[in-house]
Design a protein around this ligand. Structure first.
Ligand code: UDP
Length: 250
């Protein structure tokens, strides 16, 4: 995938977005860069881009099959996918099924507490401000979304959780929490965008009870546990087993 893309439109921490030959879609290249703590910690990890691209493609397709619209159009090759062009809403929508991470750093809620219904947190997506957690009133003040849009975002995010939790459970993986980004396409339809991968989800392996060994996501990088690619590879293997052939674009 070296010749047939247009100019680079945007480069993020984990992906590059290129123009395609039509206006309403773009090409996304998944990079091998691993970053954490607002990119204060960064490293190149061979094969990470491919694994995240392959996992994301299958999860997007799974959501589509369950009637949840996503920006995914199809895989282009191992590390590239074609997606609908969307206006990304500057919110990070985090769904938490089990308490860990920032929730336990910022509140007395005990690590591992089961959260039912899942806790939905909205963060303002802006690295310059360190992606702060939003309150209802700050969300209103910032006027990032209308009340109706906010409602639609919450409904969509909870539907995603309701599909992904049992899917991962079937693979002996516990979906602890995850982050979604949503966007609107040219027709104004709300879509799941960005990526869904072990970079953006916490996944615990139910085949082991060892609290470090069970971590199959970016916490391995955040906590310097090593074995990141082996962990992502294991997630990819299980996801591929359940969803062998995601669609290709063209
Ligand atoms: N997350 C993410 N990008 C971010 C922040 C969080 O993908 O910029 C994901 C993270 O991988 C986890 C979930 O959102 O699955 C909740 O993260 P948390 O708020 O606990 O933040 P952290 O502990 O990573 O600081």
């Amino acid at each position: 995938m070296t010749n047939s893309h247009g100019p680079l439109l945007y480069e993020g921490k984990a992906k590059r977005v290129y123009a395609a030959d039509q206006d309403d879609w773009v090409l996304v290249e998944y990079k091998n860069d691993a970053t954490a703590f607002n990119a204060l910690k960064r490293e190149q990890i061979a094969d990470k881009g491919r694994l995240n691209c392959q996992i994301s493609a299958r999860l997007f397709e799974l959501l589509e099959q369950e009637g949840i619209p996503t920006h995914f159009l199809g895989l282009v090759d191992e590390t590239w996918m074609a997606v609908q062009k969307v206006q990304v809403i500057p919110l990070e929508v985090v769904l938490r099924n089990v308490a860990t991470g920032s929730l336990c750093k910022q509140t007395p809620i005990v690590q591992g507490t089961s959260l039912e219904p899942a806790l939905l947190d909205l963060y303002y997506k802006d690295d310059a401000f360190g992606d702060p957690l939003l309150t209802e009133s700050r969300l209103e003040l910032l006027q990032l979304v209308s009340a109706e849009q906010r409602q639609a975002i919450e409904v969509l995010a909870r539907r995603v959780n309701a599909v992904l939790v049992p899917f991962f459970l079937g693979l002996d993986l516990q979906l602890v929490d995850f982050k979604l980004e949503l966007g609107c396409n040219a027709s104004g339809e709300l879509l799941v965008a960005d990526e869904i991968s072990p970079d953006t989800c916490r996944l615990w392996d139910l085949r082991t009870s060892d609290p470090k060994q069970r971590i199959l996501d970016k916490d391995r990088f955040r906590q310097d546990l090593g074995g990141l690619i082996e962990a992502y590879g294991e997630v990819c293997k299980r996801v591929q087993g359940a969803c062998p052939n995601p669609r290709n674009y063209r």
